[in-house]
Design a protein around this ligand. Sequence first.
Ligand code: HEM
Ligand code: FPP
Length: 318
Amino acid sequence: MSDSAMQRGGASAPLGTSEDLDLSEVRDWIALLKPRVMTLVVFSGLVGLLVAPGSLHPVLAATAILCIAVAAGASGAINMWYDRDIDAVMRRTSKRPIPAGRIRPEAALSFGVFLAVASVVIMGLATNLVAAAVLAGSIAFYVFIYTMWLKRRTPQNIVIGGAAGAFPPMIGWAAVTGHVSLEAVVMFAIVFFWTPPHFWALSLYASGDYQRAGVPMLPVVAGAKETRRQLWLYSLLLVPVSLLPLAIGMSGLAYGAAAAVLGGFFLHYMWRVKRDAQDEAGRSLSNDAPARAAFRFSIIYLFALLAALAADVLVFPA
Ligand code: HEM
Ligand SMILES: CC(C)=CCC/C(C)=C/CC/C(C)=C/COP(=O)(O)OP(=O)(O)O
């Protein structure tokens, strides 16, 4: 039995439980990859790949998507290694495998670095150098620019650092075409402008955590009122940006209509956050119910928008 399994089950664990213990160990390693966040990252990469002109052998396409998933997971693991001190003091993250003492920090780091290198090398072999380079760049962006540099220094951390999460559709596109063109930049822009409202909605009701950990997220540094204002500004920018695929002829009217309707809902949810009843300090009087709803909707929105783009391009090819 490993040290971590001993910690969980204890030396006197009943016979027959070793498989369960191994399974929970596997679950811890999977948790290091932030699998829930990965679903949308992978989906956006898949959409980039599906809407790209040209074709890729299905096995190579599946490999490319797997590489995006593994790269995102690897950077999540390295992020958890680096952030283990602040994760330990935040309620939302304190039970993660490293702060909870179930995985050694160095083991998590080796795991993350190994997966990061493997994902880039395999992407290069399976597709092309451009896709591998953008994949490497997005890992480096998340790890070095966001996690190690901006996250603890500026409330604009997620605006700049969030670019890391906007690369996957571009990587999917590059995997098929071998280059980065305007369409790929447009998909990048959609995720880029979506990220601040997505995260700031959550940060409004998780600001206690960030304050305790000394992370300068916008509500901690500038207050809830300013966060609501900036969240609203980025939401207003996102809607026209989401219509760019139509404007550049990448998609047709079906996508345009879907983007307009989804954008209307997005603005509705974010407007409710902006107008949430608040005290003089800007704190919500409704237990942040609108912010919680807006955060949940932000995820549905991006899934639906990207699905609409893929459906439009595949059903009505140019
Ligand atoms: C710097 C940028 C971003 C930050 C700081 C951020 C932060 C967060 C946080 C703190 C959560 C709460 C869930 C958790 O405990 O992990 C979350 C959830 C989520 N994020 Fe983001 N996010 C960012 C960008 C993105 C991007 C680019 C995507 C995908 C395209 C994404 C997809 C998701 C999804 C799908 C969830 C829900 C996970 C669940 O079901 O628990 N996020 N995000
Ligand atoms: C292909 C590739 C490398 C994609 C990268 C995907 C990526 C960077 C997604 C960003 C999403 C994310 C979980 C941010 C969390 O920030 P945080 O670390 O502040 O969150 P935490 O407090 O939950 O740890």
